[in-house]
Design a protein around this ligand. Sequence first.
Ligand code: ADP
Ligand code: MG
Length: 348
Amino acid sequence: MIEDKNQARTSISELGEFKLIKHLTQNFKIQQKSTVIGIGDDAAVLDLKDKKALVTTDLLIEGVHFDLSYMPLKHLGYKAVMVNLSDVYAMNGTATQITVSIAVSNRFPLEAVEELYEGIHLACSSYNIDLVGGDTTSSVTGLVISITAIGDINQEDIVCRNGAKPNDLLVVSGDLGAAYLGLQVLEREKKVFEVNPNSQPDLSIYSYLVERQLKPEARKDIVKLLKDLKVKPTSMIDISDGLSSEILHICTESKVGCDLYEEKIPLDPQVISTCEEFELNSTTIALSGGEDYELLFTVAQEDFPKIKANPHLTVIGHMTDASMGANLVTRAGQKIGLTAQGWNSLKN
Ligand code: ADP
Ligand code: MG
């Protein structure tokens, strides 16, 4: 599909590595005070003053993590940055810089790599992030992208996975399950397209789902909101693999149990209607769907008044003694043990 979309096709080898890097990165402006030296030298130089550094990396492989037949390259670039920023925000930190490393085969013209960098550029300018380095190399067939995000945080603001206590409230931002359903919709359309290339899919009734899959936003706003509300979570994690798996991480690391209430799980109306259409259980999708990039955290009971009326936050349960285990309390009042099914296992 890339081949179809790009009229102009400039071979990357025509430019050579140095001109390519210069070409791709020329529009990126330095915005952070902490960036002393960015792209162009052997290493970037950052000045963190008295703050702690946060460093996190993700590796994305074509055919494993993304499929270019329905993932436009601009969206891929944007999402690759979001996935990393989300990890910085999940520590309660401020994301400040990224490095981007790519391996591209000669299957990709310059115009394709430009599109990828348009998405990276949009993410950087919207979230105030400096691109300060990376690496560029060739691959035999597919596209590989590795992004490292750097952030800073005051020691006293750091929130880990291991601080939850029994009786703390379990809270999630936004709503769950939409990104996974967006992927199901796109995969179905891909199959239809393979049979009938002239088909014009009408995805408007799935717009929210597709957007959540193709253009997720890291919840920088929630970190700020919590700061404004003067709430410091006792533990926090971002939801990349599904609610169930992330809850279990917090429970294991914090040595606590949990009661999660099925009726409290926040779902968008499009998630509910599409689950009906696809004959899927919306609770299963929220628990195991993944790629929502919402923040899941615990707060002390005394902070409840500060968060209860907030439309971005939902209390979905509370932590218990470790001996009670991690459970889903169903609408019928039944307790079922939570199991870690990431979206990969759901897919198989
Ligand atoms: P070196 O040979 O020392 O690794 P490079 O020639 O690979 O240096 O890179 C030159 C500069 O360009 C460095 O600052 C590097 O971080 C940056 N850079 C290289 N590839 C990329 C990329 N894909 N995106 C952003 N910056 C890059
Ligand atoms: Mg290099």
